[in-house]
Design a protein around this ligand. Sequence first.
Ligand code: BJW
Length: 280
Amino acid sequence: MEQVLPPDAAAVLGQARRVVVFTGAGISAESGVPTFRDDLTGLWARFDALQLATPEAFHADPDLVWGWYEWRRARVRRAEPNPGHLATAAIEALLPGTVVITQNVDDLHERAGSRSPVHLHGSLFAPRCVAEAAHPAPLPETVAKPARPATLPVTIASADHPAALPETVDGETADPGEGGRVPPPRCTRCGALVRPGVVWFGEALPEAALTTAVEAAAGCDVLLTVGTSGVVYPAAEIPRIAARSGATVIQVNPEPTPLDRVCAINLRGTAAQVLPALVA
Ligand code: BJW
């Protein structure tokens, strides 16, 4: 379906010098990767975040949590970038100073050609040792290879610190199914468990990523916020920082969100419909 945009949206973007594209789960929805909070289809409509996405949950039942992330990793591997991801990469190509900031833990921006998206909530493809603070960069080649290696923030392959991932098939992990339990591998440097490299509730965001995101938001003249409910902090501050700093904030989302009132332009449509029309 062809998307008709308000005439000013593409013009505002076309005149911008410093652009930030801030994305959430909605941009990957049309690739078949579920969002978190959509009714019926969102992950939190089907699974309990407190049992799966907190450090306490992993401590209480590591096999359940690791199995769930293996299932999600397998789904992402099967997914392909959609026109929303491709349009984001096209914006970067047109305006080389563009910064892509994503809350997503998938690798679809990278596979669409985005150079180095800032991952505020980590990556499915960068698992790490729970005792990482004692020794950085712990993981082996066999853990969580991305579908197509690109410029990923993958924390793998430390020759002096190998660990083995169970159920590997040609370098890929088997899909345990959504409720499957899979024991996490152990770090062979220290014997501690390997955990998903994502940011769970109650955990600090990666400092460098957050600093980059805040600085980019404060210094941009247009911020596009795409496919996020804007309710998870501190990430949800990013569009608000841009608005407070004088940027024009444009939102792409089929539904209203709490960000509506900080956005100068609200484009009600899906990422795969609206973003290609913005760069056409
Ligand atoms: C489409 C579409 C299509 C659909 N096209 N659009 C201040 C106030 C209140 C609470 C807090 C606060 N500060 C901190 C908190 C607590 C908490 C928080 O924010 N809780 C709120 C939920 C109430 N935050 C934290 O705990 C954070 N940590 C922290 O603050 O630490 C402090 C600290 C400091 C120092 C030391 C120690 C601690 C961490 C938050 C981590 C979030 N983690 C998750 C899981 C990641 C791992 C995983 O994937 O399993 O991140 S939760 C989940 O939500 C995931 C997402 O990145 C994040 C945001 O979700 P997103 O992307 O917005 O998705 P949805 O589903 O919510 O929305 C999708 C949108 O797309 C919808 O609007 C749709 O309409 C739309 N859509 N189809 C375009 N085709």
